[in-house]
Design a protein around this ligand. Structure first.
Ligand SMILES: [Fe+2]
Ligand SMILES: [Fe+2]
Length: 135
């Protein structure tokens, strides 16, 4: 799997959020580079926990800004974040049952979800925050 490279096309126009997105990419790249990840490994569980915690922090920042500025599509966006959490819970459960396909499935999901979510869904608030003068 290729690395996730953050470039300007991923910029949502808000520095704090771009910074968090870049960190998510760094975390994902680091995770995908590791060779010690199997479904029976502690590192997989640890990595999942770390990522989930950071994702929660990021979603909170994003959702709080949306609330503060009265973003009209807040509810739909929150739903997308919720779907991510649900999928991670599902994959965490699979890890408990040592489902062999988990690491591959997980990496593919994470990679695709974050890339798509930023480009398709986060990008929708870009003009809104821009208009509000947020940087
Ligand atoms: Fe988002
Ligand atoms: Fe985001």
């Amino acid at each position: 799997m290729g690395k996730l490279v953050w470039d300007e096309s991923y910029s949502v126009g808000v520095k704090a959020l771009d910074k968090q997105h870049r960190l998510v990419f760094d975390m994902l790249n680091e995770l995908m580079e590791r060779k010690d990840i199997t479904v029976r490994s502690e590192p997989l569980t640890a990595a999942l926990t770390e990522l989930t915690a950071y994702a929660a922090k990021h979603f909170k920042t994003e959702e709080q800004l949306m609330k503060e500025y009265g973003y009209p599509a807040l509810a739909e966006h929150v739903k997308k974040h919720m779907q991510f959490r649900m999928k991670i819970i599902e994959l965490s459960n699979d890890t408990l049952y040592h489902k062999e396909t988990v690491p591959v499935e997980l990496f593919a999901f994470l990679r695709q979800w974050w890339s798509n979510h930023i480009l398709e869904e986060d990008m929708q608030y870009r003009p809104f925050f821009e208009e509000k003068g947020l940087e």
